[in-house]
Design a protein around this ligand. Sequence first.
Ligand code: 1GP
Length: 252
Amino acid sequence: MNIYYQLLEVIKVKGAAYLVLLDPDNLPEDKVSRFAKHCEESGVDGFLVGGSLLLNDNLESFLVNLKKVTSLPAIIFPGDVNQISSKADAILYLSVVSGRNPEHLIGKHVLAAPIIKKCGIEPIATGYLLIESGRTTTAQYMSGSLPIPRNKPGIAAATALAAEYLGMKLIYLEAGSGADNPIPNEMVKTVSSLCTVPVVVGGGIKTEVIAKELVENGAKIIVTGNFFEDETNWNRIKDFANAVHFKLPVFV
Ligand code: 1GP
């Protein structure tokens, strides 16, 4: 089964899926295996791997180490075309549909497509919507585009629907890593009620209560990154997974 269908299956069985973002620049290699094992034991459904920059240039070895210790899917969440590797299972083929920067609507895709083909990994076409969340985030700055205002759920919904009609298989509402505020519940609800493909929500999710509310409002995949870069928070991963997996009995 390909990774996209695996995610759909998780959503069907558990209500929603929980993915943890690993940024190779922020997670030292000696911690990768401990953290990945802990995530798997805590009920996480898979990993996104990537970052806006990747200054360490260690994506390949990072993925190899990750795959040694976990059977969970490793999906590249690319900041740029240099973040493609055959060691991953899939890659989010992101189009920044909230913006009007052609580089992030087709330019990077043309460069990436032959490399993805050669690597043999699964591209998952994803409509990526950057949403205003307080201060300018790295993703917004790097995309060279304006985010959608956070109090305009209608714009987000129309944009998401357009992405779905263009054939994209996921809609990703992104507040940005370390965002001051997560995506507003109302926006998640408006987008989810209009789209039939799963809605992914990430950025600034720092409590299990926020994760639960986002799922209650229609999010089908929750992504957290920053919060678990601090090892003292690792004991809460299980609570996040339980909050997301509302169809499952609580996993203690
Ligand atoms: C994934 O960018 C996010 O969508 C991750 O955000 O690091 O704030 O959890 P955080």
